[in-house]
Write a protein that binds this ligand. Structure first.
Ligand code: ADQ
Length: 470
């Protein structure tokens, strides 16, 4: 930590790692970049279960200037909090998937109690002038619980995933309690203005809030600032990864296998929000409608398994493998396999090499907070032969990357024709679009994301206006 700076305390469900291991998850990537630079305390779940659960001994590991302190969960907490409320109720709902969201009061109860216990374990570790930054949908109640424990310093919250419109969010039985709990933070941050506006609309329509200015809202005696902080990547670092020997090996391997064929890649956790089924159908339509691509393109989908204990994820994997099998069965020849799907993890350097070998990257989520893969792909390109990004209009990254080919991921024809356009794009256009995107990725790095959030948290004004009726 630099002199005179207040200590940063970050809280997220999973903590670390700080090094370049194969970790599939945007939050870990964004936060570890930020913490490595500034130092501080990173607090969260150890990833282990033990009978004592959140009452377990805290474990602390110090790396460089970052202390990582974690506690366990017990089996009931893991089920109710993580698999249950966080990933069966909140994740689908906030990604606009009311059809997949399940609500039950037992998991809601466990979710609230885990938030309360994490706060009770964290509170004694805090100094008054620490800056506490809570991350994501696992910890909506953590700020209000920390207040209950008597912490009076600054607390900010950042939501990495979308905030759905109030028409959808109100289906959640605890929606009012959750948004009221969010008002305990001094600052709430969102990836895009759509998310921020959805949150404000909930406060106004459901809780009778009043806007004090574009960024500040008052609900009862609480005033909270709601702002947009699009998360970025460590762009210069990623660019260096892409020319590392490890990246080079992967790039070369992929180029050797592809030969004259153009390489298409997709890199996503295997999650229904990422639009993988629709993407595979789009690729199939490309081969159907533009037959000149048969034998001349190959599609590699890297899709590390995620939350595979949950039914919706098991079903997705089955569907994708079946679809890949169907497409290969329909179009493959003795010397050509159109589509390949891999569920293993890669180091960040290896992934950078894979991106660099690709002519086209498909980032087509049905809904995504930001999507860091889009930004990584841009940073990894060779300036002398840059690839084309096909990007969903429903990814948060769309706001910063208008130079990508923007598609509606639900439209098979749209995905197929964007792919065709990307594969046949003249060099000058490829280069021009990539330069625009590169500029945007370098203008909004993880460093800027972190610094702007902390500065806004330090300056957030939570006071009631003088003329406010009491
Ligand atoms: P995610 O849904 O996990 O993140 P994303 O932003 O794309 O989505 O981040 C995925 C990260 O995992 C990327 O850094 C990627 O390189 C890495 N990764 C993917 N496959 C990998 C593999 N096989 N091996 C190793 N690493 C792999 C959530 C939100 C997003 C938001 C981020 C950050 O859903 O919308 O952008 O948080 O806020």
């Amino acid at each position: 930590m630099a002199d005179g700076q207040r200590r940063l305390v970050a809280v997220s469900n999973r903590v670390g790692p700080l090094n370049d291991e194969g970790k599939a998850g945007g939050l870990a990537v964004g936060l570890s970049d930020a913490l490595k630079r500034r130092g501080g305390l990173w607090f969260g779940w150890s990833g282990d279960t033990s009978e004592q659960g959140t009452f377990s001994e805290a474990q602390t590991e110090v790396q460089d200037s970052v202390s990582m302190t974690t506690i366990d969960m017990n089996q009931e907490e893991l089920e109710g909090f993580y698999f249950g409320y966080a990933n069966r109720s909140l994740w689908p709902l906030l990604h606009y998937r009311l059809d997949l969201a399940q609500f039950d009061r037992q998991s809601e109860r466990v979710y609230r109690s885990v938030n309360q216990r994490f706060a009770a374990r964290l509170a004694p570790l805090l100094d008054d002038d620490d800056i506490v930054w809570v991350h994501d949908y696992h910890f909506f109640f953590l700020g209000s619980e920390l207040r209950q424990c008597g912490f009076e310093g600054r607390i900010g919250f950042f939501l990495h995933i979308p905030f759905c419109p109030p028409e959808i969010f109100t289906a959640l039985p605890a929606s009012h309690d959750i948004v009221r709990a969010m008002l305990a933070y001094d600052l709430v941050g969102f990836q895009t203005d759509t998310d921020r506006r959805n949150f404000l609309a909930f406060c106004i329509r459901e809780l009778g809030g009043q806007k004090l200015s574009d960024n500040r809202i008052r609900v009862g005696d609480r005033v909270v600032t709601a702002r947009v902080f699009p998360i970025g990547i460590d762009a210069p670092g990623y660019e260096r990864f892409a020319v590392s020997p490890e990246a080079g090996e992967h790039e070369e391997m992929l180029r050797d296998i592809a030969g004259e064929r153009l390489q298409i890649v997709g890199v996503d956790r295997m999650d229904y929000s990422k639009g993988l089924v629709e993407r595979f159908r789009g690729f199939e339509r490309l081969l159907e409608d533009y037959p000149e691509n048969r034998g001349n393109v190959q599609f590699l989908q890297v899709a590390p398994l995620s939350r595979s204990e949950l039914g919706a994820y098991v079903e997705l994997r089955r569907e994708l493998e079946e679809l890949a099998g169907h497409i290969n069965g329909r179009f493959a020849t003795l010397d050509w396999t159109p589509i390949q799907i891999m569920t293993r993890g890669f180091t960040r350097r290896a992934l950078a090499g894979i991106y660099r070998a690709a002519r086209v990257c498909l980032v087509t989520p049905l809904r995504d907070g930001m999507n860091l893969v889009a930004k990584e792909f841009v940073a990894a390109q060779d300036p002398d032969d840059p690839g084309v990004l096909v990007l969903s209009r429903f990814a948060g990254a769309r706001a910063e990357l208008p130079d990508a080919l923007i598609v509606n991921p639900y439209s098979t024809d749209d995905v197929a024709s964007a792919l065709q356009r990307a594969l046949t794009m003249p060099f000058d256009e490829r280069k021009r679009r990539w330069e625009g995107m590169r500029e945007a990725v370098f203008a909004g790095t993880s460093e800027i994301w972190c610094d702007t959030f902390i500065e806004a948290l330090e300056n957030a004004d939570a006071s009631l206006p003088e003329d406010a009726p009491q």
